[in-house]
Design a protein around this ligand. Structure first.
Ligand SMILES: NC(=O)c1ccc[n+]([C@@H]2O[C@H](COP(=O)([O-])OP(=O)(O)OC[C@H]3O[C@@H](n4cnc5c(N)ncnc54)[C@H](OP(=O)(O)O)[C@@H]3O)[C@@H](O)[C@H]2O)c1
Length: 279
């Protein structure tokens, strides 16, 4: 899941073709426009309501360097990763990110077109067929309210879910199109976030992380599925250079570790695209 800047994007790029290696039967499939179906190597469907995540990691599980290094270093600028990211966004009613993901991505827009502009028409057709609005609603989670309020994505009409302290911090600073919703406790519980979004009519909720948000969604049992791109890179980490893994901020006891079921395996060149279910 490479949230790269516009300069890295695939304007005019042909859609890559993923090869399907395994697909668990029985899932619901939606009618994808031909170029999306050909690119994905088959259909794609969700049993709604659903909360699903999409992230990319190196072979050794690194998802972020924790500094200014662009996400494209993790994904190796894979056009197939951007294609899958665009396709999953196109299926989503809302995209949830944490403050840590928004902070460095001031130019990013969490829309399908932003990561794969040449398929914009196909994404739009898919959204219409799914009864979705033009673009997914961006939802930003922040306890502190310490975000870059000049971020381009907030101009499109995002929803910020925050605490009373965060709301106080953000008062009068966000673009008019963006709304702020306050939770009463000092914590932002994923289950409450999902309830808020369901009440707003969002049945297909995608989270693009980052690793702290993914950890908190997994710990609370709010995540139904994970799309994970394995990028053929090894980044390593050390005590002096810790780096972020797929999941941060939570550690489960050995007898509590979560089990997942493999739903799909696809590949493009040396990248592998995994889909797991947690139910
Ligand atoms: N490889 C990938 O697929 C991928 C995907 C996404 C992001 N990233 C990278 O990950 C890095 C950011 O990582 P991150 O883990 O800091 O990002 P994150 O999970 O998006 O954000 C974490 C922040 O979200 C806020 N937050 C609000 N509610 C929370 C909750 N219930 N649980 C946890 N956090 C909550 C907190 O900020 P407040 O202090 O404001 O409350 C927290 O520090 C960036 O470099 C980004 O590029 C990589």
């Amino acid at each position: 899941m490479d949230g790269s800047d516009p300069a890295d994007r695939s304007a005019g790029a042909a859609s890559p073709r993923l090869e399907t290696l395994f697909e668990a039967g029985g899932g619901r499939s939606v009618e994808l426009p031909k170029r999306l179906r050909d690119g994905y190597g088959g259909g794609l469907g969700f049993a709604t309501p659903i909360v699903f995540a999409n992230l990319v990691s190196t072979l050794d599980g690194v998802t972020a360097f924790g500094d200014d290094t662009p996400p494209s270093v993790i994904s190796a600028k894979s056009p197939a990763d951007r294609f899958v990211m665009g396709l999953l966004r196109a299926c989503a009613s809302a995209v949830v990110v944490g403050a840590g993901t928004l902070r460095p991505a001031v130019k990013h827009r969490w829309t399908p077109d932003h990561v794969f502009p040449s398929l914009a028409d196909d994404f739009r057709r898919l959204r219409i067929s799914l009864g979705l609005t033009d673009i997914p609603k961006l939802v930003v989670l922040t306890r502190t309210g310490d975000i870059r309020t000049s971020a381009a994505s907030l101009e499109d009409g995002a929803l910020i879910i925050t605490t009373t302290m965060g709301a106080e911090h953000l008062r009068g600073k966000v673009p008019r199109a963006t709304a702020i919703r306050t939770v009463m406790s000092g914590r932002i519980e994923p289950v409450e976030v999902v309830e808020i979004l369901r009440r707003d009519g969002h049945d297909t909720i995608l989270t693009e992380g980052g690793p702290h948000i993914l950890g908190s969604f997994l710990r609370s049992g709010a995540l139904d599925e994970l799309f994970l791109t394995l990028s053929p890179r090894v980044a390593g980490r050390s005590r002096a250079v810790p780096r972020l893994g797929l999941v941060e901020g939570m550690a489960l006891d050995p007898d509590q570790i979560l089990r997942a079921t493999l739903l799909s395996v696809k590949r493009h060149e040396s990248h592998v695209f995994l889909r797991y279910g947690f139910r």
